[in-house]
Design a binder for this molecule. Structure first.
Ligand SMILES: Nc1nc2c(ncn2[C@@H]2O[C@H](COP(=O)(O)OP(=O)(O)O)[C@@H](O)[C@H]2O)c(=O)[nH]1
Ligand SMILES: [Mg+2]
Length: 471
């Protein structure tokens, strides 16, 4: 089963290289605002687990399509000889440089690649494109067209009417942001175009879906471990008995806060690596909302629980564990104002991270004191961590390798992945178990497995593929 090869062709500056980057998941594809960024045809194999699923060929844009077509027509004998005539065109012009781009882009097609013809739905269709499409038809290779709306999709319909005369499959696809499902669909369409491609394309689609599943599982595990590490973290400083502990207290809390920020940061890098984004991509990608400090009030308002959920969760932490208040009762009208008020009053403190944890002064048997900050008992804390991690994940999983600029987050996504009422309670229980378990214990491991599963479910329900991210 030979993996198929697809050449991405079209006019200069229409998003060909961007589509290659997206479909090959390769950030090394050169993309640029000036025409002529792509000079040579270059192959980008899409590998999963070391196996090549398909290869994409990035090509320079057509430059002298009409003159090339004139040449072909002058030498035309019959339809059956046209593919061979295109091969001859390349042989005859390879050395002279007049049709440098045409030779470069047609070579992989003559060698057997399928074609993806990319046009821009924001600029009008014009007859100069007819020559390009006609040349592609002469190659006889299976082909489909992608209308990439760079901006306002005003001309999609005229484009579609023109393209449908040359291509059996025409898709509208924003190549910078194409969701995973749409990418699979484009591949599947190729499987239909040539019998011998069907099974390799099916295999590629299956492998991509399995790979995606693994990515979600791996990311969920990283996120669960991050939350466990952060909520159970404690910072300790041992002081001899003649040292005044007071000046050390503030420093201890500061290093505690620094450490939990770092735990989050490290986990983010791991999630980015799981989706194939390296350090460089991240530097360029200032994810605005995600850049808010983990422990800032702004962050806790955006990512924390809303008031009602906070009431439920506050009750879960103490009262439900003791079986005193059933959380279902919290919504009931017979609860008096004072009970509600009491719970809310206690909970309100958790809208900020000021009460992240407690400082303890422990007297040592050998003399001296041990200062300990944390672990955090703040009920909001794991939810803030979780919601930030879910949004970060949605941004990363929904990002294509064609996006090189700032990662922007839509305004509606402040509550991205906000757990629903039912799972809030469930999550609060898991967090509670995490806190009570000893590091390395069986119950810690069990709570982690639960939490990983819960996060996976949140990711899948949230549909990170239709992420709220705007390019
Ligand atoms: N806004 C927007 N810009 C795009 C889109 N596709 C490509 N571009 C930009 O258009 C320019 C040309 O893209 P590139 O992929 O290099 O085009 P190529 O010359 O056809 O390979 C780059 O600056 C891209 O960032 C799109 O769908 N939306
Ligand atoms: Mg290019």
């Amino acid at each position: 089963m030979n993996p198929p090869t697809f050449a991405i062709v079209g006019h200069p500056n229409k998003g060909k290289s961007s589509l290659v980057a997206t479909l090959a998941r390769d950030a090394s594809v050169r993309i640029g605002p000036e025409p002529g960024t792509t000079v040579y045809a270059r192959e980008f194999p899409m590998r999963v687990g070391g196996r090549v699923l398909y290869t994409l060929v990035d090509t320079p844009g057509f430059q002298r399509a009409r003159a090339a077509l004139d040449w072909l027509r002058q030498h035309d004998t019959d339809a059956a000889s046209r593919p061979a005539m295109v091969a001859r065109f390349i042989r005859e012009h390879e050395a002279d440089g007049i049709f440098r781009n045409e030779c470069e882009l047609l070579r992989p097609v003559v060698a057997g690649a399928g074609l993806i013809y990319v046009v821009d739905g924001a600029t009008p269709y014009g007859p100069e494109y007819d020559a390009q499409m006609e040349i592609l038809r002469w190659t006889g290779q299976p082909s489909l067209a992608v209308i990439n709306p760079i901006g306002e999709p005003r001309f999609v319909e005229p484009w579609r009417r023109a393209l449908e005369q040359f291509f059996r499959v025409v898709r509208v696809m924003d190549v910078l942001q194409a969701p995973f499902e749409q990418q699979l669909e484009l591949l599947r369409a190729f499987g239909q175009l040539r019998e011998e491609w069907r099974s390799p394309v099916d295999a590629a689609v299956t492998a991509l879906i399995e790979h995606r599943e693994r990515q979600v599982e791996d990311a969920a595990r990283v996120m669960a471990e991050m939350i466990a590490d952060a909520v159970t973290h404690q910072e300790i400083r041992d002081l001899s008995k003649d040292v005044d502990p007071a000046p050390h207290a503030a420093a201890l809390e500061e290093s505690y806060r620094g450490r939990v920020r770092q735990i989050e940061e490290v986990a983010r890098r791991e999630v980015e690596a799981i989706y194939g984004f390296d350090e460089v991509d991240r530097e360029e990608a200032a994810m605005k909302l995600l850049e808010t400090d983990l422990l800032s009030r702004e962050s806790w308002l955006a990512f924390g629980l809303k008031k009602r959920d906070l009431v439920v969760v506050s009750a879960t932490g103490g009262a439900i564990a003791g079986g005193v208040i059933d959380s279902a009762l919290l919504g009931a009208s017979f609860l008096t104002g004072s009970v509600i008020g009491g719970v809310i009053g206690g909970a309100m403190g958790y809208f900020s991270s000021e009460k992240l944890g407690d400082l303890k002064l422990l007297h040592q048997p050998m003399g001296g004191v041990r200062l300990r900050f944390g672990p955090s008992r703040n009920v909001q804390f794991p939810f803030v961590l979780l919601n930030r991690a879910l949004l970060h994940h949605a941004v990363v999983a929904g990002r294509t390798h064609a996006q090189r600029g700032v990662m922007r987050v839509g305004s509606s996504s402040g509550t991205a992945g906000q757990p629903s009422g039912g799972s809030t309670r469930e999550l609060a229980r898991i967090f509670d178990r995490l806190r009570r378990s000893e590091p390395g214990s069986e119950s810690r491991a069990a709570a982690l497995v639960y939490l990983t599963g819960a996060i996976e479910a949140l990711i899948r329900n949230d549909g990170s593929d239709s992420s709220p991210i705007k390019g």
